[in-house]
Design a protein around this ligand. Sequence first.
Ligand code: ATP
Ligand code: MG
Length: 454
Amino acid sequence: MGDKRDIHLDLPAAVLRVIELLEDGGFEAYVVGGCVRDALMGCACSDYDVTTNALCSQMEPLFTAAGLRVIETGIAHGTITVLCEDLPIEVTMYRVDGPYLDSRHPESVSFTRDLREDLARRDFTINAMAYSPKRGLVDLYGGRDDLAAGVIRAVGDADKRFKEDALRIMRALRFAAQLEFTIESATAAALRENAPLLANIAVERCAAELVKLVCGPGFRMPIQDYTEVLGVVLPELLPMKGCEQNNAYHPYDVLGHTLVAMENIPAQPELRMAALLHDCGKPATYNDGGPNQFNPQQDRRHFYNHPAVGAKIARAALERLHYPRDFIEMVVFVVGEHDAYLKEDDVNIKQWLHRIGPERMSALLYMKHADISALDPRCHEWLPIFDRIRANMERILASGDCWSLAQLAVKGDDLIAAGVAPGPELGATLERLLDAVIAGEAPNEKAALIALIR
Ligand code: ATP
Ligand code: MG
């Protein structure tokens, strides 16, 4: 079956060892799925999956006898994790999925002696290949050709596969974004057709796929061409499409502007999600402001208060998708403040640092840079301001200059010793002293600051 013996994949020694232990024990063993795909593309792989015809009860003793630690992660699904040279390797028995009744999970899983059946249950051709150093590549569905052509194609009947498990719809879009692949036409049609089934999938699982999608280099195609599909998970996207801005600064509709902003922000989950949602308040705040000073043919549309409205919409969306608390707070902050006016002088930067801290300040600067990059090129002359603000911020942070109460040379106790009554007044006084230090009106020295309150 492993016909393609000419192919040699570089695998970590730990993975080769696990395969060898199984083979020496008289079983078949292959690496399978994502790690084969990644190895064929020459990319780094984060998790290695091994598939074998050994039962869990048969593989465990082989690993423990070799001194490897075995973690019983999913015995019910035929999976154990072997720790080999600190690399966790998931080893799963050849498996077939029982009938799917709810477009979510199989009623049961059962085990098979035939690798072909295990590969047939996998989602896409590029994920349905197995490789053994001894027997070569097993590629029953043309995965290698699809990988070379950059195509996501369902294994078998696409419609049936998405009906079995609708998460595969999100996975298809996510892989398209991560790998910058196209989606084969029958797979694409079935994916659109079955999109409503995504409503049956646990929100956490859709949310995890969405983050991987927005962080992928090819996020534009799935967001632009499959907006309605993604809209099942994130309906907030739908009104952004076709929401024309037609003012002199905006050559794109809201979704088009959003995509360019995303292209101009680093591929980090919070930043990409903030860029995706930064203007989600625009459709609801649309206001036709009359003639445009640059081009009388166009009207000058406004979206008053859209950051605050957007922050509310974004919060509701992210909470519905059960993202982690810190993630939500960061994204909502950036959405809500993306129109903030930042200046490059040290006093202004320190005031912002005091108000929001370095992490949020950095995120906000990325957002503003991305937002302006997605405006009409006439506005791009503003971009260097944000580079200067970031450079100044980094200089301030490295210098140890005072911008926070933690750095202020007086503490609450010092003020009490100087006769200030404990209570809200104390906090307000510390804030006033910090303001004075930031503004350069007082040195950050205890005696000088105490003298100031007297
Ligand atoms: P990555 O780990 O890089 O996100 P992956 O392809 O390894 O990508 P996993 O979720 O780790 O994705 O799954 C491992 C393999 O299991 C896949 O390559 C695929 O063969 C199979 N698989 C995972 N999820 C599904 C699913 N919902 N339906 C069918 N097969 C799946
Ligand atoms: Mg994986």
